[in-house]
Design a binder for this molecule. Structure first.
Ligand code: LLP
Length: 423
C-alpha cells in the first residue's frame, strides 16, 4: 500500500527529514512532551476552514459546536466571524463561558428543557430553533415567567429527503425525531402556531438533512422540496444546517465548503428563495485539522488470522468506528512517507473485542512497540464524543501554530475520575 495521502493531513503538515511537523511542531516531540493519546489540532487549518465558511456565507456561517467544543475553539470561531450552534445547556455554558456574544449563539435541540430555554433566554441568545409543539409552549411560559425579551426563532422542518449517509446521522427523512414534517402538514401547523405567538418572533425556517454527506444533490433536493413552502412565507432567513462530508481514507473525495456553498446558493436562487441563507457546518471545519497520536503497546501476530496492534487509547477517544463502522487511516509519525505493506487491526485498550480503531490498517513493515502511531482526520466527533469507559482519562487537546504548542484542554487525571463521586 502506498504512503499516506498527504491531503488527509492538516494544512500545515510538513515532512522534515522523514518526520512529521504540524504547525511547525515536531509530532514525535509533541507526543513525548504531552504524552499519548493526544489530539493535535492545526490552528491554521481550523482558521482557514472557518474563513472559507465566512467568505461563502458571511455572518450566516455558524459553527456546529457538537463536532468539537472547548473554550479555545469557541473563541477561535468567534474571532473568525462565525456564529455558534449549541444543542444543549452544556454546550451553551461552554460558549458563554468562552465569552462568545450571546447574539451569535443559536440554540438547537429536539428536547430542550425549560431550564435550558430559561438559561438561553436570560443570556439573550440570538436564535432558537424550535423543534416541537411542546417547546413553543415552554418558550411562552419562560418568557412570561422571567419577563425576558421575545426571542427570534426558526422552525425546524424535515423536508422528506433521504441524504446518502449512515442511517444514524440521517435527519431529513419523514421518519425522524427532529423537527416538523413537511409532508405530514406538521410544519405548516407549527409555522402558524409560532407565527401567531406574541412570545417569540418568527424569522425563518431550518432544515438539516444529515451529516457526512458527499453527494451534494441531496442538498439540492432539500432546497427544491422546501421552496414551495418557504417562498410564500417571505421570512428573512433559511438555515440549511450542516452535513458536508470530509475524506477520511484514501480514495475518498469530498466537496469543499466553497463548492457546497455554490450548490446551495444556486439551488436557492433557482427555486426563487430570497431569504438569507445560513448554514451550520461542524465536521467540515474541524475534522481534517487534527490527528490523534497513540503509542503502540503490544503487537500480536495470530498466524493465518490477523495482526493486532494495541494502542493506549481506543473507543473512548474515538467511538466512530464502533458506532458507524467509520474508516480511518493510520501512519507512523517517524515515517509518514513510508510504504505501508503490513495489514493490521489497530485496537484500543478497552475490555471488549469491538474496541477497534482501524480495521485492516496499512502500516510500515518495521512497526514496533513504542512507536507513535497517528490517525488523521480525527478532529470531529472524537474528543466531543469521548468517554471515560474503563475509567480511562480523556486525552488532552493541543493546538499547534508557528512552532508553538498550547494545551487548550488538559489531560484528565485519575483524581478527575473521582471528582463526581459523592461518597
Ligand atoms: N446542524 C444540526 C442541526 C445538526 O444536527 C448537526 C449535526 C450539524 C448542524 C453539523 O453537522 P456536520 O456539519 O458536522 O455534519 N456523531 C456523528 C455526527 C452527528 C451529527 C449530528 N448533527 C459522527 O461522528 O459522524
Amino acid at each position: 500500500m502506498s504512503p499516506l495521502p498527504q491531503q488527509l493531513l492538516p494544512m500545515t503538515a510538513k515532512l522534515v527529514g522523514g518526520r512529521l511537523e504540524i504547525g511547525g511542531c515536531d509530532v514525535l516531540d509533541l507526543a513525548e512532551r504531552h504524552g499519548t493519546p493526544v489530539f493535535v489540532y492545526d490552528e491554521v487549518h481550523l482558521r482557514e476552514r472557518a474563513r472559507e465558511a465566512v467568505a461563502a456565507f458571511g455572518d450566516g456561517a455558524t459553527y456546529a459546536s457538537k463536532a468539537f467544543l472547548c473554550r479555545a475553539m469557541a473563541r477561535l470561531v468567534a474571532e473568525e466571524g462565525m456564529g455558534i450552534d449549541v444543542a444543549t445547556g452544556g454546550e451553551l455554558h461552554v460558549a458563554l463561558s468562552a465569552g462568545v456574544a450571546p447574539a451569535r449563539i443559536t440554540l438547537h435541540g429536539n428536547n430542550k428543557s425549560e431550564a435550558e430555554l430559561g438559561m438561553a433566554l436570560a443570556a439573550g441568545v440570538g436564535r432558537i430553533v424550535i423543534d416541537s409543539f411542546e417547546e413553543v409552549a415552554r418558550i411562552e411560559r419562560v418568557v412570561a415567567q422571567h419577563g425576558v425579551g421575545r426571542p427570534k426563532v426558526l422552525v425546524r422542518v424535515t423536508p422528506g429527503v433521504e441524504a446518502h449517509t449512515h442511517e444514524y446521522v440521517m435527519t431529513g427523512q419523514d421518519d425522524s425525531k427532529f423537527g416538523f414534517g413537511l409532508t405530514s402538514g406538521a410544519a405548516a401547523e407549527a409555522l402558524d402556531r409560532v407565527g401567531s405567538s406574541d412570545a417569540m418572533e418568527l424569522v425563518g425556517v431550518h432544515a438539516h438533512i444529515g451529516s457526512n454527506i458527499f453527494v451534494l444533490s441531496g442538498f439540492e433536493k432539500a432546497v427544491e422540496k422546501l421552496a414551495p413552502f418557504v417562498v410564500p412565507l417571505g421570512l428573512p432567513e433559511l438555515c440549511l444546517g450542516g452535513g458536508l462530508g470530509v475524506a477520511y481514507v484514501e480514495g475518498e473525495e469530498a466537496p469543499t465548503i466553497a463548492e457546497w456553498a455554490g450548490v446551495l446558493h444556486r439551488a436557492c436562487t433557482a427555486a426563487g428563495i430570497t431569504s438569507k441563507i445560513k448554514v451550520e457546518p461542524g465536521r467540515s471545519i474541524v475534522a481534517g485539522a487534527a490527528v490523534t497520536l497513540y503509542r503502540v503497546g503490544t503487537i500480536k501476530e495470530l498466524p493465518g488470522i490477523r495482526t493486532y496492534v494495541s494502542v493506549d487509547g481506543g473507543m473512548s477517544d474515538n467511538p466512530r468506528p464502533v458506532l458507524y463502522g467509520s474508516g480511518y487511516e493510520a501512519f507512523l509519525a517517524r515515517a509518514t512517507e513510508a510504504d505501508r505493506p503490513l495489514v493490521a487491526t489497530i485496537v484500543g485498550k478497552h475490555c471488549e473485542s469491538g474496541d477497534v480503531l482501524v480495521r485492516d490498517a496499512h502500516l510500515p513493515a518495521d512497526l514496533a512497540v513504542g512507536d507513535i502511531l497517528a490517525t488523521p482526520v480525527t478532529g470531529a466527533y472524537g474528543h466531543s464524543m469521548a468517554s471515560n469507559y474503563n475509567k480511562v482519562p480523556r486525552p488532552p487537546v493541543v493546538f499547534v501554530r508557528d512552532g508553538e504548542d498550547k494545551v487548550v484542554v488538559r489531560r484528565e487525571t485519575f483524581d478527575d475520575l473521582l471528582a463526581l463521586d459523592a461518597e
